[in-house]
Design a protein. Structure first.
Length: 427
């Protein structure tokens, strides 16, 4: 049963709700493990700033806090040039998280699903110039983004508090994310208005769906050090099952949140055989990232992320990627967003043949977009957006792409939940 509805209880519940969702009234430092807002959790066990835009449905049932989040995009994707294509697409994810505060810690259960296999799985994925990674019908995907699997996360984590200032965390997931990389791009606040994937995905956060993950970590209010054992093989093209294998990879990550507006991480991972088409070719991955979140006016929000990723693949020369993305929701209606990327990709990344296969190429993209958001319709907020991209290719690839600056674009609608409910007011 819920506690009595008294003014003191209502005030405490409201304060707890706002803190748990990262919407506290000030930027004071978190001093106790119990004061870490649940919304600091990004994808898997990654951290993001405690300040977070209010886009969720929250309730409290029988002592459990229930939180629903998600994003759905639907529109028409156009990628120009000889390697481009056009297609209608629908992308997104839906997540239900349940948390329970225990006398000695916190238990969190999460389920995340994606409609991508049904809505973006044709021909191995949706068109996206210069994208690479994974395979379809025995051939490497290129200039397409693979769909996410139906099961993006099935996970449980428990954090045991030895005191207010330190504890131990255990995360177990048949489908989940190891301690490697930043918050994955579909879940970053800085990418929440952009429907399309980042070009450096397989240098930065491609392990965000791994079928078999165990992570343990030492936690303080401002920092966490984690190690993971996980299945490093990329998911296959059959997107409805769990591609379970014994863990063969490991990673380590240090995350630090020095203020409520900033989150940083550095991580390293070793994957002995991630690609089915290149078995036995190991990848070492190093990533570093920083995120900044801040409210804008009474109803706006600003989010920015910078990411560096480096792959050392077998005996090949190391390749690097860099990303800067940002968006500003000006007033709850008008939002602008942008992304700048640089990636050094190999010829086999881009499915080139002959002498080009083992060459490396500097590619990049400048993407800009605008979204208009309507007033909420019940628990959902809809928006209409447009995204344009100027892709950058080297002279050696200009003939393949129809020039050095092929264009891409998308018009789309977006659906997201709006803040509803508060912990302590359920039944």
């Amino acid at each position: 049963m819920s506690p009595p509805d008294t003014p003191a209880h209502d005030a405490h519940a409201h304060e707890s709700s706002m803190r748990n969702m990262g919407m506290g009234a000030d930027d004071s430092e978190v001093r106790s493990l119990r004061d870490i807002p649940l919304m600091r959790r990004g994808s898997g066990t990654s951290w993001q700033p405690d300040r977070f835009p209010p886009s969720m449905i929250h309730a409290r049932v029988a002592g459990w806090g229930l939180m629903f989040q998600g994003l759905l995009f639907g529109g028409y994707d156009v990628q120009g040039g000889p390697r481009g294509a056009s297609a209608p697409e629908a992308l997104g994810w839906l997540m239900l998280m349940a948390d329970r505060e225990l006398p000695s810690g916190q238990l969190v259960l999460s389920v995340m699903l994606s409609p991508d296999p049904l809505t973006a799985g044709a021909n191995g994925g949706y068109p996206l110039l210069l994208q690479s990674g994974e395979s379809y019908r025995g051939e490497p995907l290129h200039d397409r983004q693979h769909p996410h699997d139906l099961f993006m996360e099935l996970a449980a984590s428990y954090t045991h508090y030895f005191s207010d200032t330190w504890g131990l965390m255990l995360y177990v997931a048949p489908a989940g994310e190891p301690a490697l990389g930043p918050v994955a791009f579909p879940h970053r606040a800085s990418a929440r208005f952009d429907p399309l994937a980042v070009l450096g995905h397989h240098w930065q956060d491609s392990t965000h769906i791994s079928f078999g993950v165990v992570t343990a970590g030492l936690v303080t209010p401002l920092a966490r050090l984690e190690v993971s054992a996980f299945n490093g093989r990329e998911p296959d093209e059959f997107r409805y099952d769990l591609d379970l294998r014994l863990p063969d990879s490991f990673s380590a990550r240090l995350s630090v949140n020095p203020t409520s507006r900033v989150s940083t991480q550095v991580s390293y991972g070793y994957l002995p055989s991630p690609e089915a088409l290149h078995p036995g070719v190991p990848v070492q991955r190093f990533t570093a990232s920083a995120m900044y979140h801040a409210p804008v006016g009474a109803h706006g929000f600003w989010a920015t992320t910078a990411v560096f990723g480096r792959n050392v693949e077998g005996d090949e020369r190391p390749t690097n990627s860099a990303l800067l993305e940002s968006n500003v929701d000006l007033d709850g209606h008008h939002a602008v967003f942008g992304r700048v990327e640089y990636v050094r990709k190999t010829g086999h990344d881009l499915a080139l043949s002959g002498l080009l296969e083992h060459e490396t190429f500097d590619v990049g993209v400048l993407a800009l977009g605008y979204l208009y958001q309507f007033n909420p319709w019940g628990p959902v907020k809809a928006g209409v957006g447009v995204r344009g991209a100027l892709n950058l290719v080297p002279e050696d690839l200009a003939a393949l792409y129809g020039g050095r600056t092929p264009l891409g674009g998308m018009v789309y609608v977006r659906l997201a939940p709006v803040m509803r409910g508060a912990p302590g007011h359920g039944h």
